[in-house]
Design a protein around this ligand. Sequence first.
Ligand code: NZQ
Ligand code: ZN
Length: 390
Amino acid sequence: MHNFNYYVPTDIFFGKGQISQLPAQIKKYGSSVLLVYGGGSIKKTGIYDTIVNQMKENGIPFQELSGVEPNPRIQSVYAGVKLCREHGIDVVLGVGGGSSIDCAKAIAAGVKYDGDAWDLFKNPSLIQDALPVLSVLTISATGSEMDGFSVVTNLETKDKIGVCANCMIPKASILDPTYTYTVPKFQTASGIADIMSHILETYFNTTEETFISDRISEGLLKACLKYGKTAVEDPTNYEARANLMWCSSLAINGITKASVDFSNFSWTCHAIEHPLSAFYDVTHGAGLAILTPNWMEYVLSDKTVDKFAEYGINVFGIDAAKDRYDIAKEAIAKTKEFLVSLGLPMSLKDLGIADESNFEAMAEKAVARTSIGFVSLNKEDVVQILKMCM
Ligand code: NZQ
Ligand code: ZN
């Protein structure tokens, strides 16, 4: 086991009706709120009214930043920072999915930084402080509700960059699984692919003696397999929605990577997906669903076959007596089969990407952010993987 520091300070309020905890959490950290949300789903579902009524009843002044885009843009962050400064806001509340919560985090850090908030993405060491962030989650996917990451896109430079800082970890998050009942099938499925990718990106590492991390990861992956299809086909199934919601938080809150040597894994599929989104604005999880099985096939070798076999045996229950390569290939096929069963696209063409003209530029951006890891990839490797995805 590798040495580690495990720091997860988020107060989680999980379950039906936990929104009642929100006013007390706001008062714990400040007195005036910036409510950050997306394109309007929270208005349709009534979550917006619930929160606004709570603020009014509790005398909490608030401002709103609406219209945060899926794959949030730096311009939304600028707008939020401006509102916070103009109105003396001291708590930033993200309501929605990863996009709203990530935008809330970037705003919170941007307020405390004296220059252009995009600097924080180019140089994360500049993130020294942030306003307290709270979140109300409405879609199970990114785990932003319990981690320090913020992922923001700059369309001008075609960069989508994720940065991480302890000061951006939400102080408290409300996780009510019934809030995810209205998430459309495609977004539900994409969220599941994202959760699985977060687990797999860490699971495939070369640190020895990571027994606890590995078994936790396998358990979480099994939860995705058990409940994924149910959530897509029966959206108001509480058990499925609840398990996936908690799974999304645990997949990336550090529990699966404690004890793993950071130089042993590199989040390769995410490193390739981010330029994919920056160039084509694709849904994050859908991009990962296409990349993951192709990445697996590409990196399968004598050096990696044992880990893939372990994955096949422990997650899919493949007979351990079979040949290691056969188990590994079956595991990759089963991964793909599962993602297909959720209705996810399986090629970049399905996402409307007609040609390979941007692959070189995308690969360059991908390798700029991942050099070491389970299997080290260069620019040409990334281009090959992207071609396999067509
Ligand atoms: O914008 P609204 O109207 O709210 O609609 C959203 C959006 O269209 C909709 N939605 C969310 N909850 C809903 C709902 N529709 C109906 N009912 C509900 N209850 O779903 C769409 C997608 O929302 P979004 O927030 O974009 O999804 P997600 O949570 O997947 O977030 C994706 C973003 O997070 C980043 C991604 O790169 C992407 O930018 N990531 C953040 C990470 C983190 N902070 O740790 C890690 C991830 O790897 C990822 O990179
Ligand atoms: Zn992700």
